[in-house]
Design a protein around this ligand. Structure first.
Ligand code: LLP
Length: 463
């Protein structure tokens, strides 16, 4: 763990992180389709292009750093998920990964639903025309105002996360003369194999109501008895950036078990289960994520088998992928500012962004790839660390990266697979200005979230 103390500082004394590739890739100019969005390639001059546009043009027009989002890839991934799950299941895109009004419009057109987890995400969704009945509202501590707005808008479901919330939503719905469709989020007791900060189904954490000790059964009892609520199903989300289906299998089995107990106790067969999101993507060439149709097949088989064994009708399944849809569709474009060789160690390459536009490396020890994209280079591979411009030595974007040894100020670098949880977790640390999101499609580029300005910062500071 990088958070444990070390006399020389946490981990930064390492030359190469443990377990990371020790040898440079065979071809530094290659842009591995596993980690780059679908329309990325290199033109005859060796400049990387996306949707047919050279990245050098994007940098000139929009500046750096910038998130470049490949619209065709985003929409193709939405379709792949929708088709894989078919008409008897629902795909909810998890807006926390990245949400903007353009994203909402693409989702709406592609027939996806949307999971929101705050009033801000709700208003973005509604303002861009997502029908309220296609919205699920999540969160472990929704405010009364957020609940009221969700109920008034007529969201398709609120996912209840605590006993207090069961009472709160029931009361608010009733006082508005409504019966709110709800699911109960349960904690199934699975240890997902992922970073501890993004694992969510083991017992000692803040989300959901535990299956253990009859807590979830009690929550169901209460929800079924409240006039303001229509309990439509059970929800489980086990964590994020998971490759192994075993955790989902255990989770599905335990949720189905609960459905059987509910049938036995109340004579009610709940019609839906939601297995959450969390499917992993490739950040480096070493990662092997599953395709949506594999995931759909595996989850559907597990649920169907377990329901048959319990003598239950198979409920409608929903899933909530965020990262797996938007993650691979964007890269961050940076300009190199300084190159600092450290004798016997490595070379530090500083770019014009950093932990304010990608906190994931600092927060989760996330691994990323990086490439020189403004030109091709035949120089030897050089071990580098790609860092930002913040006042912190942990301001690392790519911990161990091989770049051509002639990398120099003015070169453009791009970090792929930054579509999820980078812009949405971006900050103004050091009064950095959050980069724009530029959507590219069929040779055209347009800003969908503009770059922040110093004026934006000063407007919030009332003096
Ligand atoms: N459903 C629920 C209830 C969730 O809490 C989440 C993510 C998702 C779906 C979507 O998970 P995904 O498919 O995107 O993995 N900031 C972290 C990830 C936190 C995820 C929070 N919840 C990261 O950058 O890795």
């Amino acid at each position: 763990m990088s958070r444990s103390a070390h006399p020389a500082g946490p981990r930064y004394a390492d030359v190469l992180s443990e377990g990371h590739y020790a040898a440079p890739p065979a071809d530094l100019n290659r842009l591995d389709p596993k980690v780059w969005s679908r329309t990325v390639g290199r033109d005859a001059d060796g400049v990387a292009t996306v949707a047919g546009i050279p990245v050098t043009h994007l940098a000139e027009q929009f500046g750096t750093p910038a998130y470049i989002l490949d619209v065709d890839d985003f929409r193709a991934r939405c379709r792949a998920w929708a088709e894989a799950f078919g008409k008897d299941a629902d795909v909810f895109y998890a807006g926390k990964a990245f949400l903007s009004r353009a994203v909402v419009r693409w989702l709406t057109e592609e027939g996806l639903n949307l999971d929101v987890c705050s009033g801000g995400e709700l208003s973005t969704a509604l303002s861009a025309g997502m029908p309220a009945e296609r919205i699920a509202f999540h969160g472990n501590n929704k405010s009364t105002d957020e609940i009221r707005r969700a109920v008034e808008a007529g969201v398709g479901r609120i996912v209840l996360d605590s006993f207090q919330e069961i009472a709160r939503v029931a009361h608010l719905a009733q006082s508005l003369g409504k019966r709110q469709r709800v699911q109960i989020r349960v904690t199934v007791g699975v240890e997902a194999h992922t970073h501890e900060f993004i694992a969510t189904a083991h017992e000692d954490q803040k989300f959901g109501i535990a299956l253990a000790g009859g807590q979830a059964a009690e929550a169901v009892r209460r929800a079924l008895n409240l006039d303001g609520l229509e309990l439509i199903g059970i929800h489980s989300h086990i964590g994020s950036q998971i490759f192994d289906m075993a955790g989902f299998e255990v989770s599905a089995r335990r949720v189905v078990q609960l459905l059987a107990e509910i049938r036995d106790e109340h004579g009610v067969e709940l019609p839906e289960i939601d297995l959450g999101g969390g499917l992993g993507i490739a950040y480096t060439s070493d990662d092997d994520p599953r395709e949506p149709h594999h995931i759909a097949k595996a989850l559907t088989e597990i649920v169907t088998r377990e329901c048959e064994a319990a003598g239950l009708r198979t409920p409608r399944i929903s899933v909530e992928p965020g990262r797996a849809i938007v993650g691979p569709t964007a890269f961050t474009l940076y300009e190199v500012g300084t190159v600092k060789p450290l004798e016997g160690l490595r070379t530090y390459v500083s770019v014009d962004g950093g932990m304010s536009d990608n906190i994931r490396t600092a927060l989760y020890d996330a691994e990323y790839s990086v490439a020189l994209v403004s030109r091709r280079s035949d120089a030897e591979p050089m071990l580098t660390r790609v860092v930002g411009k913040h006042c912190e030595s942990g301001d690392i974007i790519v911990r161990d990266a091989f770049l051509p040894a002639d990398v120099a100020p003015g070169d453009l670098l791009a970090v792929p697979a930054t579509g999820a949880y980078c812009r949405s977790m971006a900050s103004n640390y050091n009064h950095a200005l959050r980069p724009p999101v530029v959507a590219v499609q069929g040779g055209a580029a347009r800003v969908v979230v503009r770059r922040e300005t110093e004026e934006d910062l000063l407007r919030l500071d009332v003096g």
